[in-house]
Design a binder for this molecule. Structure first.
Ligand SMILES: C[S@@+](CC[C@H](N)C(=O)[O-])C[C@H]1O[C@@H](n2cnc3c(N)ncnc32)[C@H](O)[C@@H]1O
Length: 218
């Protein structure tokens, strides 16, 4: 399956799932914990420019905005963005949402202090391209925040993508922390720091191995 075809299927899949997504989402069930972890991991003093790549229903974008930051976000699924826009409006939060694939988003290079990618790398046809985009968007000294997990080991978290689509996504089984560290380094980031220990228990019932990493652009 070609990357463009896979990407179109991924975006359609998330648009179909969008209306029910927040009903099962960890960032809603454990909202206060995710907020605390992002606040700590951002290590931000003052108001920062945050970009959330593959924002979905706005998980990281809305938390960042609630922490007082200036937030832009993109996603390839119009359906997910519609839910995100509604959630931002309901919470009175200002987020500039852009309907765009990560690789095609129009954000200016060097315009962000923090870039977030939460549970996105596993579903991308080219996850390294997304990390390189994060690097491009950041100012020198800026921070990338990446969280994901080894979704393949828990049946309740395995995607329901058709087999041909799943087979075309290099990280469809999920990622370990070590693999993510290697990818961050290959994308040009400095040493990564982990933050998942701040959760008193796994934020994903079933104890899927998950990680929260940040790394800086040197
Ligand atoms: C599992 S959801 C995670 C959403 C959100 N980041 C969160 O933490 O809840 C994956 C999201 O990535 C989006 N996505 C997949 N490929 C993308 C791409 N190339 N560019 C932008 N968004 C993409 C999907 O549309 C979906 O909203």
């Amino acid at each position: 399956m070609k990357a463009a075809e896979a990407q179109a299927e991924v975006s359609d899949y998330w648009t179909r799932r969008a209306p029910a997504f927040d009903g099962v989402a960890s960032h809603i069930a454990q909202a206060a914990l995710w907020r605390d972890v992002l606040a700590a991991a951002f290590e931000a003093h003052g108001v920062k420019d945050v970009v959330d790549l593959g924002t979905g229903t706005g998980a990281c974008a809305l938390i960042a905005a609630s922490l007082g930051h200036r937030v832009r976000a993109c996603d390839g699924s119009e359906g997910m963005l519609a839910v995100a826009r509604q959630a931002a409006a309901a919470a009175g939060l200002d987020v500039a949402f852009e309907p765009a694939l990560i690789e095609e988003a129009s954000f200016e290079p060097g315009s962000a202090d923090i870039v977030t990618l939460r549970n996105v790398l596993w579903t991308l046809p080219d996850p390294m391209a997304a990390l390189r985009k994060a690097h491009l968007l950041l100012r020198r000294g800026g921070v990338v925040f990446v969280s994901d997990g080894l979704w393949s080991i828990a049946p309740q978290y395995r995607s329901t993508y058709p087999e041909t689509l799943a087979a075309s996504l290099p990280r469809h089984d999920g990622l370990t922390e070590d693999e993510a560290r290697t990818m961050l380094s290959e994308a040009g980031f400095g040493a990564a720091r982990s933050w998942q220990h701040l959760f008193p228990a796994s934020p994903y019932p079933g104890d899927v191995p998950m990680f929260v990493l940040t790394a800086r652009k040197g």
